[in-house]
Design a protein around this ligand. Structure first.
Ligand SMILES: Nc1ncnc2c1ncn2[C@@H]1O[C@H](COP(=O)(O)OP(=O)(O)OP(=O)(O)O)[C@@H](O)[C@H]1O
Ligand SMILES: [Mg+2]
Length: 192
């Protein structure tokens, strides 16, 4: 089996090889797959991410969420608790800044803080997922720590189809996802 580092490298390369046209198409298909489900579940407030490193562009989905008055929060690197995330409210005119990884995040403003228990859902980025819903991220453990909290709501991954593999190597701290949305399908995984 490939190591976690090898898998990350291979899948990130595959993702980076998607053309701009494929990325645009994928971003719009994701709205078609996910928005009806979020409306059906009456989600009022969720966390999502801004795409980086060839990740599926979530911006069309974010705009659709705003249009439907679903509140959107984004992760921010915790200012003094390494490895942890905070979630801040995201509006069309939120002041943004680039974090230490070069990823855009809302400028730290505690009036915009959304505690985990106020989120109905966390939509996570990922590098690879498998047919059991296991999730491999970029290697920071940020989402594993977030989802390990007793206050964490349900989580759903977002990925391109090319990020699906048969089986991932799993560590004790990895938190699997019950659902993953791609531009082609909404996968539901049953716990083992
Ligand atoms: N709940 C946790 N508490 C403390 N450390 C953790 C926890 N979850 C993961 N870690 C640590 O984080 C590091 C990275 O974990 P891992 O390789 O699973 O990251 P990842 O799932 O790829 O990243 P991410 O969650 O940011 O997408 C590991 O060294 C692991 O020990
Ligand atoms: Mg992990």
């Amino acid at each position: 089996m490939e190591t976690r580092a090898e898998l990350r490298r291979r899948i990130r390369q595959q993702r980076a090889a998607l053309s701009p046209a494929q990325q645009t198409e994928a971003a719009h298909r994701l709205v078609d797959v996910l928005l009806p489900e979020l409306l059906r579940c009456q989600v009022k407030q969720l966390a999502i991410y801004l795409a980086n490193d060839g990740e599926l562009n979530t911006f069309p989905l974010i705009q659709a969420l705003w249009q439907h008055h679903i509140k959107v929060a984004l992760p921010v690197l915790h200012p003094f608790s390494p490895g942890h995330l905070l979630f801040l409210q995201y509006h069309p005119n939120s002041p943004m800044t680039a974090n230490r990884y070069g990823i855009a995040e809302p400028r730290l403003d505690l009036t915009q803080l959304v505690p985990l228990h106020q989120l109905d859902l966390i939509l996570t980025p990922l590098v690879a997922f498998d047919e059991q819903g296991n999730r491999l991220g970029m290697g920071g453990g940020f989402y594993d720590r977030t989802l390990a909290s007793p206050h964490a709501p349900a989580a759903m991954g977002i990925a391109h189809e090319c990020q699906r593999v048969a089986q991932l190597p799993v560590e004790s701290w990895d938190i699997p996802l019950a659902r993953i949305a791609t531009p082609a399908a909404l996968y539901q995984f049953t716990p083992n």
